[in-house]
Design a protein around this ligand. Structure first.
Ligand SMILES: Cc1ncc(COP(=O)(O)O)c(C=O)c1O
Length: 475
C-alpha cells in the first residue's frame, strides 16, 4: 500500500497520511533546491539506462511515497540543471518555488476556472494577475488576455485572433510578416492555423538583427500589388538568438497605414520593461494589438506559464467563443471573463494562482531587482569578453543575451573551434551555455535570466570561455 486510505475511498488518504505524503514531497523539494548550487550544470550521461528503468507495467498495488521519490531523484538528476545558477543556455528562468506552492494549492482545491460561473472569484484573481501584466507593459485600461502554457501557444492564439479579425473565412491570400530572426513558434503557429509556408515573408534585419522597416514597407506594397492580403506583422521584442528589439514604432506606423494587426513577441524581452532601462529600449510595445509574454522566462516562474495580452479582448472572443447546449447553465459571465470564450481550452488548471501568488508573496520590487541584475550581468559578461582576442562579439547586449563567435587565431575553422569551446566549457560542470547558427555561422550564446544566477557564476562562465579558447588556440 502506498498510503492508508479512508475506508471505502481508496484514493483518499486519511488526513494524517495526507500530511505525511506532503511532508515527504516537501523534504524532497527542499533538499533538491538546497543542492542546486552544487549540482553539475548538466548530467545526462547514462540517462538511457535510467530511462529504461521506468519501462514497466502499471503496478496493481501502490508503493510507499519514499520509494517513489527515491526513484524520481536520479531521474531528475539526469538533466540539464535548468533551475540552477549556472544555466545560461537558451532562455533560462529558474522557476521560483512560490509558483510550485501555488500549483500545489490550485490543483489540490481543483476548482474549475474555464467558465467564470464555476469559480467567479478565482477567475477574477486570474484576470487581476493578467491586468497587472498589462499594466507592467503600459497597455491601456481594457486590455485583456489569457494565460497559456507558454509563448508558442500565445503566438498561435495571437495569430488566429489576428486572422479572424482581419481576414475573411477563406483566408488563404493572407500574408504574415516576420523578421529573419523571428522565433520558430510563429512559423509553427502559421502552419497549425492553416497557412502555407508561402504566406510568410521573412523580412531582412539590420546589423543589430532588427527588422528593417523599409524592407517591411516594400514587401507589403509588393504583396498588395500582387493581390495578396497582408494582415499581420510580428515584431520581436527580444529575439531568441541575440535579444534584438525590432523598431516597434516604425512597424506600427507602416502597419496602421495598411490596416495590419501588430503582434509583439515579447516572450523573452517583455519583462525587462519592469525597469526603466528596459522600458526605454522598447517603445511602442504598449500600442501593439497583442503581446506574447512568458512569465516562465522573465518572471522566473516554472515552465508552463505563458500569457497573451490583447488590446481589444472582443477580438479574442470573436476568434474563440462557440455556444453549446451543455454549457447553457454556465454561459453567463459574472465578475470575470470565461476563459473558454477567449482561448482554445475548456477544462484547465487554475493557472492564475502560479502568477498571482508569487507576485503577492514577494512583491514587484523583488522581481524588478532581479531583472535589473540580469541586465547588469549581461553587460559584465560582454565587457569581459569583448576585448579578448579569441572572440568576436556579434552585438552589445540589447537585453541579457551575449552572442559571440570564436576567432581562429591559431588557424582552423572558427565554427568548429566555437563548438569545441562550448563542449569544454560545459564539460567543466559549473555553467551551461548553448549555441546557435546565424547567417550560416556558428554562434555562442550566453543568456542571463535565472533568478539564481549572480555575478560569481557569470564570472565563472567568462573565465572558462577565455581559458578554453586560449588552450585551443595554443596561445
Ligand atoms: C522570442 C520567443 N518567442 C517565443 C518563444 C516560445 O516560447 P515557449 O518556449 O514558452 O513556447 C520563445 C522561447 O524561447 C522565444 O524566445
Amino acid at each position: 500500500m502506498g498510503s492508508s486510505a479512508k475506508p471505502g475511498w481508496p484514493l483518499e488518504p486519511v488526513s494524517a497520511d495526507l500530511r505525511r505524503l506532503i511532508d515527504a514531497c516537501a523534504d524532497f523539494v527542499v533538499a533538491h533546491i538546497d543542492s542546486l548550487p552544487e549540482q553539475p550544470s548538466f548530467d545526462v550521461a547514462g540517462a538511457a539506462e535510467v530511462a529504461t528503468g521506468f519501462d514497466e507495467p502499471a503496478p496493481l498495488e501502490g508503493r510507499p511515497i519514499e520509494a517513489v521519490l527515491s526513484r524520481l531523484g536520479p531521474a531528475v538528476a539526469k538533466s540539464f540543471t535548468t533551475a540552477g545558477p549556472g544555466y545560461l543556455a537558451f532562455i533560462p528562468g529558474g522557476g521560483i518555488p512560490a509558483a510550485a506552492l501555488a500549483d500545489f494549492v490550485a490543483t489540490a482545491v481543483n476548482r474549475f476556472v474555464g467558465v467564470a460561473a464555476a469559480a467567479p472569484v478565482l477567475a477574477r484573481i486570474e484576470a487581476q494577475a493578467i491586468a497587472w501584466l498589462a499594466g507592467l507593459m503600459g497597455c491601456p485600461a481594457g486590455t485583456g488576455g489569457i494565460l497559456t502554457s507558454g509563448g508558442s501557444i500565445s503566438n498561435l492564439v495571437a495569430l488566429v485572433t489576428a486572422r479572424v479579425a482581419k481576414l475573411p473565412e477563406n483566408f488563404l491570400a493572407g500574408t504574415i510578416y516576420v523578421s529573419e530572426e523571428t522565433h520558430l513558434s510563429v512559423h509553427k503557429a502559421a502552419r497549425i492555423a492553416g497557412f502555407p509556408a508561402a504566406a510568410i515573408r521573412s523580412v531582412p534585419v539590420d546589423g543589430r538583427f532588427r527588422l528593417r522597416p523599409d524592407r517591411l514597407a516594400a514587401a507589403i506594397e509588393q504583396d498588395k500589388a500582387a493581390g495578396r492580403r497582408p494582415f499581420l506583422v510580428v515584431a520581436n521584442v527580444g529575439t531568441t538568438n541575440t535579444g534584438a528589439i525590432d523598431p516597434v514604432p516604425e512597424i506600427l506606423d507602416i502597419a496602421r497605414r495598411h490596416d495590419l494587426w501588430v503582434h509583439a513577441d515579447a516572450a523573452y524581452g517583455g519583462f525587462f520593461r519592469l525597469v526603466p532601462e528596459g522600458r526605454a529600449r522598447m517603445p511602442g510595445v504598449e500600442d501593439c494589438d497583442s503581446i506574447t509574454l512568458d512569465p516562465h522566462k522573465g518572471l522566473f516562474l516554472p515552465y508552463g506559464t505563458g500569457c497573451l495580452l490583447v488590446r481589444d479582448p472582443s477580438t479574442l472572443r470573436r476568434a474563440h467563443r462557440i455556444e453549446a447546449g451543455y454549457l447553457q447553465d454556465v454561459s453567463a459571465e459574472s465578475v470575470a471573463p470565461s476563459y473558454t470564450d477567449l482561448s482554445p481550452e475548456l477544462s484547465r488548471d487554475f493557472r492564475g494562482l502560479r502568477l498571482w501568488l508569487p507576485i503577492v508573496l514577494h512583491g514587484l520590487r523583488a522581481f524588478r531587482e532581479q531583472i535589473q541584475e540580469k541586465l547588469d550581468l549581461a553587460l559584465l559578461a560582454y565587457d569581459e569578453l569583448k576585448d579578448d582576442p579569441h572572440f568576436e562579439m556579434l552585438d552589445a547586449p540589447q537585453l541579457s543575451i551575449v552572442a559571440f563567435r570564436a576567432r581562429a587565431r591559431g588557424g582552423g575553422d572558427p565554427d568548429a573551434i566555437g563548438a569545441e569551446i562550448l563542449r569544454r566549457v560545459n564539460a567543466r560542470g559549473r555553467v551551461f551555455l548553448s549555441s546557435s547558427t546565424i547567417g550560416g555561422r556558428y554562434v555562442l550564446r550566453l543568456c542571463v535570466l535565472s533568478f539564481r544566477t549572480h555575478a560569481d557564476r557569470v564570472r565563472d562562465a567568462v573565465t572558462a570561455l577565455k581559458e578554453e579558447a586560449r588552450t585551443l588556440s595554443g596561445a
